[in-house]
Ligand binder design. Structure first.
Ligand code: TYC
Length: 121
């Protein structure tokens, strides 16, 4: 039987060590195998404000690329418009890179200067 023991916890993500043979406190217990779950680094993807991209286009980007509902997409767009930058999503490196490229491609195709950047959390 394999037992899992939580050794640390950040938000809803848990790190576990796995001990084959179970946990015991006595000296006779030997842990044969130990494994820590890998937690890939996460990246924040931000949209940046500019004076030329339409609000409608930014909402469209947030719905189609970042899978936001219309209410959240509008809220995020307005935050970017007022504050200069806003979080569109949090992803692993490869997914974040794909999102940034998708925004840049769609913006270029539509001749908008919309910028998108990623930052390690
Ligand atoms: N500031 C733009 C306007 O007034 C709207 C806008 C919002 C542009 C968010 C980019 O990421 C952006 N048309």
């Amino acid at each position: 039987m394999v037992k899992y023991k939580v050794v640390d916890e950040i938000g809803d993500r848990k790190n576990v060590i796995m001990a084959k043979g179970g946990f015991r406190t006595g000296e006779e217990t030997e842990v044969k195998e130990r494994q820590k779950t890998a937690r890939p680094p996460l990246f924040n993807v931000f949209l940046l404000n500019d004076d030329y991209t339409t609000m409608e286009f930014v909402v469209h980007i947030l719905e189609k690329i970042f899978h936001k509902n219309p209410v959240d997409a509008t809220r995020i767009m307005l935050h970017v418009h007022r504050r200069g930058r806003g979080l569109a999503g949090v992803y692993t490196r490869d997914v974040a890179e794909t999102k940034v490229a998708a925004v840049q491609d769609l913006a270029r195709e539509n001749e908008y200067p919309l910028r998108c950047e990623m930052e390690k959390e």
